[in-house]
Ligand binder design. Structure first.
Ligand code: PEP
Ligand code: CO
Length: 448
């Protein structure tokens, strides 16, 4: 499909921003050779399924829930944390499915989300200038210059951690752990045992009734495959291009190139230069791709992004993830929706209500307020209502753990609480209760 000149390494001729300077080029080459010989993490056919599923979301017939860590950690890595993250995403998905009446496509920011773009390449620590932390795939977050030295062997660790994470996700989602009846019973616990949950008793009861109705009709959630198994996809920001290139393989069935490091790859707000290396790379792979768009994006620019990333206008190929900030979404989003509509591009429109609403609390911790996050989602829905387009999904940073990183929620996290359990490797995440609370709120928006 693509112009003849694309190849997995054609990005190298373009300017690539946000790349670490690897101190030892020979060591990097050795690692990349090893990576290129390792098995793919995902199968191209799965990526095609995801494109098809997203194609429905482009036309108002499905909803995308993309969620997970801002940055996965090498140190805080365990079966329990993977399970709890999956659990909360599935719980959110059940609520959203019931309320929207359309399939909810579940995509984790997981099994590969190890690299971060930074606003400054260096930082000052005790009067010394050291390299910024760029995610565990590149360096360590300890504030010393030795820890911050980019280390290519971390690319291999990231690959192996992605493989074991994906293995557990596949086991959970296909092995019966994640069945509808089970997920619903977790939601019932949330409703019965939390301040947030009590407000959603009515919805939970309706879902319960729907399940009993199916049961009465002879559909047993424990044996019906559709209710017992879940399709769960992986995604991350395709930031460190040598890594992504090494995992890009030609599909033996179609002959097309797929980046087999994840099902969906996205381009960040800081790396989406139209002639830059990141868009060049993403324009040639056949996976579904995403692109973040912030307040600075123009209407012509957004149409150029569509042309570049989805020239054949394949539904589901391109997801645009807007992160405008709660205050400006109402003003900035509608013209973009109109421009893309007028250009005839099928796009899945997704709201990231996190990255435009980050601020420093009094103690210096980066945080976000639940009410402001919700307010951007509301502005996103309102913008789509106004233009007549479909609000295709949400993209959130969350964890299944009981952290205190984002403010607010029914069991209100206050500024004084931030230090109690502030565990993120990068941006502040919603905890499990705040995440479910958000899902029930979004569910109301989908119904009205
Ligand atoms: C992110 O998703 O963690 C991120 C850095 O987002 P953005 O590119 O939108 O700033
Ligand atoms: Co983030």
């Amino acid at each position: 499909m693509h112009v003849e000149s694309w190849s997995p390494d054609s990005w190298q001729a373009r300017t690539s921003v946000q790349q670490p300077v690897w101190p030892d080029a020979a060591e990097l080459e050795t690692v990349l050779k090893q990576l290129a010989g390792l098995p793919p993490l995902v199968f191209a056919g799965e990526a095609r399924h995801l494109t098809d599923a997203l194609g429905a979301a482009a036309f108002g017939k499905a909803f995308l829930l993309q969620a997970g860590d801002c940055a996965e950690s090498f140190t805080d890595f365990s079966a329990d944390s993977i399970r709890d993250k999956l659990k909360v995403i599935l719980q959110m998905a059940v609520v959203l499915t019931y309320s929207s009446g359309v399939p909810v496509i579940k995509v984790g920011r997981i099994a590969g989300q190890f690299a971060k773009p930074r606003s400054s390449p260096t930082e000052e620590v005790d009067g010394a200038t050291i390299e910024a932390f760029r995610g565990y795939m590149v360096n360590d977050d300890a504030p010393t210059s030795a820890a911050r030295r980019p280390d290519p062997t971390r690319l291999l660790t990231a690959y192996h951690q992605s493989a074991s994470t994906l293995n557990l996700l596949r086991a959970f989602t296909k092995g019966g752990f994640a069945g509808l009846a089970q997920v619903h019973s977790w939601n019932q616990d949330f409703v019965a045992n939390s301040a947030e949950g009590q407000r959603y008793e009515v919805v939970a009861r309706e879902i319960d009734r729907a399940l009993r109705f199916m049961d009465a009709c002879g559909i047993d959630p424990r044996t019906s495959e559709a209710l017992r198994e879940v399709d769960f996809y992986t995604s991350h920001e395709a930031l460190i291009l040598p890594y992504e290139e090494s995992l890009t393989r030609r599909d033996s069935l179609t002959g097309d190139y797929y980046d087999c490091s994840a099902h969906l790859l996205w381009c960040g707000e800081r790396t989406r230069q139209i002639d830059g290396a990141h868009l060049e790379f993403l324009s040639g792979i056949h996976n579904p791709v995403g692109c973040k768009i912030g307040p600075a994006v123009g209407t012509d620019e957004v149409v150029s992004l569509c042309e570049k990333l989805n020239p054949l206008r394949i539904p589901g190929k391109l997801t645009l993830i807007s992160r405008m900030g709660a205050e400006r979404v109402g003003e900035l989003l509608p013209p973009l929706l109109e421009a893309v509509n007028a250009a005839g591009h099928p796009v899945v429109w997704v709201c990231d209500p996190m990255h435009g609403n980050t601020f420093a609390a009094d103690n210096g911790r980066k945080t976000r307020h639940f009410d402001v996050i919700l307010s951007e989602v509301e502005g996103f829905f309102a913008a789509h209502r106004r233009v007549g387009t479909w609000p295709g999904g949400i993209h959130v940073e969350l964890t299944g753990d009981d952290v205190t990183e984002c403010l607010g929620g029914a069991e209100e996290v206050l500024q004084d609480h931030l230090d109690l359990r502030y565990e993120t490797a990068c941006d502040p995440r919603l905890n499990a209760k705040q995440s479910l609370d958000l899902a029930f709120e979004v569910a109301q928006l989908l119904r009205s």
